[in-house]
Design a binder for this molecule. Structure first.
Ligand code: PEP
Ligand code: MG
Length: 587
């Protein structure tokens, strides 16, 4: 038996025979097209794009009825990328102007686009490069013959098979799922890629980043995929298989229990109600919010509306995007975060973001307060959207209380302007701020005194507190949500909000990570905002927790001697009363 390790991205156990998807890395040909054949080459390119569009529509039309709405939106993302001018038009220009062959023209333009995403700080955005690469590969395969690509046809029936591949696009994952795939393992990929997210919502056990599974697994090998621990077993002994079969049955039972919680309230054993909201990037994410029955949106990352375009969206376009979300969630709060561009979250629009140390430079609210015209357009769109529901405006990356005063003044000025114009808005729209810079956490009392709510952004708070670049692999091992400095800053922020009588939420990744739920409850957190797919698991933990009993245990964690001791105490905290927990099923 051979054991390979990667990143487990979708819980569950898969047991079955391997289908190794052999796809060679494409070697893109480069040659010059003779003048008389240039229009034929342009036509060949258009046909390949049109065929890719037909293929995507075909996959979309055959999504299993039980698949989540997300599955279709992944395919829509690919269709959108396919329509991007950089992919579908710019290559034609160079076929004509440079006499490049279609494959080379496409590769050149897509590499540029991928380069833009590669330099983004936000891991979610950085992962978009994967989608672009997958769409481009689809078109390239349509341009090339099977002899050129070395592709083998995929069998129609893959029932119960575990697919092992170099990489999979979300669309591939859906297409393979349609053929019966039960789990998958890839050499490449990351935990927040679309494929990983999709595998979680489709409930397919999956491991990515195995760095070479395709080299060690032969066609038809017997495999076990442990999607939680990220372990792939090749050729397991019968005794190991039966142990994993037992675990698989237990996990299936836990999952069925989670589904039954969908409509249950997020109330702890001692009667405390928690808010479980969703993080979204675009109005398209609404389906997942509905699916999870989230208590509103705790973080709407509006910068996504500004990406992949040369001019920023105007007021009407932004207004429409905000109203769409607000109207879809009547009675539920929608927290619209103002533009968090900067650092590596770049857009093509013209902004003065230049710094040798961009994470500490002109980012988020700093950029907006410098680019007032851009900012005012967004503020007006948010103010007008507030007439349609419970809009909360949230300011990112606060470090100085003056930033709050300036935003408040701007909002007041623009509300007066709207009033003069006769535009409706909510005069009582709450204005809150993100606590994600240590200076803001340490002086959270000052911020709490002038804001209507706070939201802790642990992704940046950890980065800035521990002085580690959140995208730099070489210091990733230091990224520790349990570091005492981080926990103290979280506790200080929550307490500052409690003293001031304003709500404090958390919208960083830590809020959706079940390992920290009890700790955060013990620290006094009552509002969690996360990826919609995490809501049920967090709800389950809340419903099985007695919050008042957790409080003194969290003090012990804060005072623990070192990381190991803290880790052990957190595990003990999670073990308590978690008789049917998802974690326990893996033991
Ligand atoms: C955070 O920093 O925790 C956060 C939620 O914001 P973002 O990840 O968009 O920087
Ligand atoms: Mg942040």
């Amino acid at each position: 038996m051979l054991a390979l390790h990667g990143k487990g991205v979708s819980n569950g156990i898969g047991i079955g025979r391997a289908y190794v998807l052999k796809r060679e890395r494409l070697k893109v040909p480069e040659y010059v097209i003779p003048d008389p054949l240039i229009e034929d080459e342009a036509r060949r390119f258009h046909e390949a794009v049109a065929r890719a569009r037909r293929e995507l529509n075909e996959i979309r039309d055959h999504i299993p009825s039980e698949a989540p709405m997300e599955a279709a939106s992944f395919i829509d993302t690919h269709l959108l990328i396919l329509s991007d001018a950089m992919i579908s038009e710019a290559p034609v220009h160079d076929i004509r102007a440079q006499r490049w062959n279609a494959e080379f023209a496409l590769k050149t333009h897509s590499d540029r686009l991928i380069g833009v995403f590669e330099h983004m700080e936000d891991p979610y955005l950085r992962n978009k490069k994967v989608d672009v690469a997958q769409v481009v590969e689809r078109v390239l395969r349509n341009l090339m013959t099977p002899e050129d690509t070395g592709d083998e046809p995929i069998p129609e029936d893959l029932t119960g098979r575990i697919v092992v591949a170099n990489d999979l696009a979300p669309t591939d994952a859906v297409a393979l799922r349609n053929k019966g795939m039960s789990a998958f393992v890839t050499n490449l990929g990351g935990p927040i890629s679309h494929t990983a997210i999709l595998s979680r919502s489709l409930g397919i056990p999956a491991i990515v980043a195995t760095h070479g599974a395709t080299r060690f697994v032969a066609q038809d090998d017997e495999l076990i995929v442990d999607g939680k621990r990220g372990v792939l077993l090749v050729g397991p002994e019968p005794i190991v298989v039966s142990e994993y079969e037992r675990r698989a049955r237990k996990i299936a039972r836990v999952q069925r229990e989670l589904e039954t919680l969908r409509a249950s309230p997020s109330v702890s054993r001692d009667g405390l109600t928690m808010q479980l909201a969703a993080n979204i990037e675009l109005p398209e994410d609404l389906d997942a919010v509905h699916e999870a029955l989230a208590d509103g949106v705790g973080l709407y990352r509006t910068e996504f509306l500004f990406m992949n375009r040369s001019a920023p969206p105007d007021e009407e376009e932004q207004f429409a995007a905000y109203v769409k979300v607000v109207q879809a969630l009547p009675g539920r709060p929608v927290t619209i975060r103002t533009l968090d561009l900067g650092a590596d979250k770049r857009a093509d629009i013209d902004t003065p973001i230049t710094s040798v140390n961009p994470a500490l430079g002109l980012r988020a609210i700093r950029l907006c307060l410098q680019e007032l015209e851009l900012f005012k357009i967004q503020l007006r769109a948010i103010i007008r959207a507030s007439a349609f529901g419970r809009v909360r405006l949230m300011i990112p990356m606060l470090s100085n209380i003056d930033e709050v005063f300036r935003v408040r003044d701007l909002v007041r000025e623009l509300q007066e302007e709207c009033e003069r114009e006769g535009a409706a808005f909510d005069k009582a729209m709450p204005i809150g701020g993100m606590i994600e810079v240590p200076a803001a956490a340490v002086s959270a009392d000052l911020f709490a005194a002038h804001l209507d709510f706070l939201s802790i952004g642990t992704n940046d708070l950890i980065q800035y507190t521990l002085a580690i670049d959140r995208v730099d692999d070489s210091v990733n091992y230091l990224y520790d949500p349990l570091h005492p400095a981080v926990l103290r800053l979280i506790a200080m922020t929550i307490q500052a909000g409690q003293r001031q009588g304003i709500p404090v939420g958390m919208c960083g990744e830590m809020a959706g990570d079940s390992r920290y739920t009890r700790l955060l409850l013990g620290l006094g957190l009552r509002e969690f905002s996360m990826h919609p797919a995490a809501i049920l698991e967090i709800k389950k933990i809340i419903r099985e927790s007695t919050v008042t009993e957790l409080e003194h245990l969290t003090t012990a964690i804060m005072e623990a001697r070192d990381h190991r001791a803290r880790q052990a105490l957190v595990e003990a905290l999670n073990g308590d009363g978690d008789e049917t927990g998802a974690d326990e099923a893996y033991r």
